[in-house]
Design a protein around this ligand. Structure first.
Ligand code: NAD
Ligand code: MG
Length: 385
């Protein structure tokens, strides 16, 4: 029996994780489930899985959660601290699937509690990679990458020799606007941006995929997870999303991990690791797919990718600023306040207006994140005015 906690249980990754563990109730026991405020979905999942605790981050949602859990014996709590406490309850395995920097403190709490942490929340590694990796090392926690590309790299590295890696090649679908001109991208609506051609995901990461900021964040994520320099990280556009990423060794061998584009595959890998488990996912039918295409990424039409690469090279506070400004810009885009192309402009301007020294502690990262958000919000106001 493996005890499991899911942070962000009501989201896309959280729901996929629940789907897998509910198929094997004799193998997994749920400790805690958390969400921001979706009390209907959270309470239903907690009742189905007989969780010990259900926690919402937003305190205004506590009454609703209590109502739905009345008489079940499941504890209901609310607030950011309650989410961190849920992460500290000592589950053998914790899925970190909160979206954005809101997931950083809960990730740190889970790492400090020990056990295995399956990391979907890439933003925590982008803004606080050094701090997060140091916490994982200090406590001896196993950190398993869930992001499909990083999970693929992890699988290609497992039996290889990490010090013999020449290059890590992250594949990118190119998103829904892969073939559009910059001019055509001006009029993109939020509804178009959240419709990913291959993957079904939350709104924020879908917009990130459309702008290719997602691949930029993933470069920074890979830099922290794997023993390579920034120059050894490459991106190749591969529209079918069948190859999830590749590792090239010094002898010229390239290992790839393939599969249907279904997040339950990398989640299952992390859930069962070092074992494997069955999933109901579609099997790869290469004869039907017939061909796999590749093209170089276009840094001009997708400036977010260039901004992220530059932030990775510069290091220090730059990735945290990039990430915070992007969260503000994507929220403004989804709210209809700014255009799609303004996302990159807001991120670029925030980076040029704010250049603090490298943050070395969690509190320092959070301070950089807060100030970068303030600067980005000012910049959004310029767009709206
Ligand atoms: P989502 O928007 O579908 O779900 C986000 C979850 O976080 C929800 O449970 C929500 O209630 C919770 N949440 C939101 N704000 C919160 C807050 N302030 N405090 C606490 N909880 C909060 O997002 P998703 O698509 O599942 O993505 C989750 C994370 O996984 C992101 O970091 C994303 O980049 C990463 N990821 C997702 C996918 C995917 O296929 N969806 C793939 C790779 C990586
Ligand atoms: Mg990914």
């Amino acid at each position: 029996m493996k005890t499991v906690t899911i942070l962000g249980a009501t989201g896309s990754v959280g729901s996929s994780t629940l789907d897998l563990i509910e198929r094997e109730p004799e193998r997994f026991e749920v400790v805690a489930l958390t969400a921001n405020c979706d009390v209907d979905k959270l309470a239903a999942a907690a009742i189905r899985t007989r969780a010990r605790l259900a926690a919402v981050a937003d305190e205004r949602c506590l009454d609703g959660l209590r109502d739905r859990l009345a008489g079940t014996g499941i504890e209901a709590r609310a607030g950011a601290d309650a989410v961190c406490d849920a992460a500290r309850m000592g589950a053998d395995w914790t899925m970190a699937a909160i979206v954005g920097t809101a997931g950083l403190k809960p990730v740190m709490a889970a790492l400090q509690a020990g056990g295995t942490v399956a990391l979907a929340n890439k933003e925590s590694l982008v803004s606080a990679g050094d701090v997060v990796m140091a916490a994982s090392r200090a406590r001896g926690t196993t950190l398993l990458p869930v992001d499909s590309e990083h999970n693929a790299v992890f699988q290609c590295l497992e039996d290889g020799a990490p010090d013999r890696v020449a290059r890590i090649i992250l594949t990118a679908s190119g998103g829904p606007f892969r073939t559009l001109s910059l001019d055509e991208m001006k009029a993109i609506t939020p509804a178009q941006a959240v419709k990913h051609p291959n993957w079904s995901m939350g709104a924020k990461i879908s917009v990130d995929s459309a702008s290719m900021m997602n691949k930029g964040l993933e470069l920074i994520e890979a830099f922290h997870l794997f023993p390579v320099s920034a120059d050894q990280l490459d991106v190749i556009v591969h529209p079918q999303s069948v190859i999830h990423s590749m590792v090239e060794y010094v002898d010229g061998s390239v290992l790839a991990q393939l599969g249907a584009p279904d997040m339950r595959i990398p989640i299952a890998h992390a859930l069962a690791w070092p074992d494997r488990m069955k999933t109901p996912c579609e099997r790869l039918n290469l004869a039907r797919i017939a061909r796999l295409d590749f093209e170089a990424p276009d840094y001009e039409r997708f400036p977010c990718l260039a901004l992220a690469r530059a932030a990775l090279k510069a290091g220090g506070a730059r990735p945290a600023i990039l990430n915070a400004a992007n969260e503000v810009a994507v929220a403004a885009f989804l709210a209809g306040k700014v255009g799609f192309l303004e996302i990159a402009a807001i991120v670029a301007d925030t980076l040029s207006r704010y250049d603090p020294p490298a943050p070395e502690t969690l509190d320092a990262v959070l301070a950089v994140d807060a100030e970068a958000r303030r600067v980005a919000i000012e910049r959004v106001k310029d767009c709206v005015a």
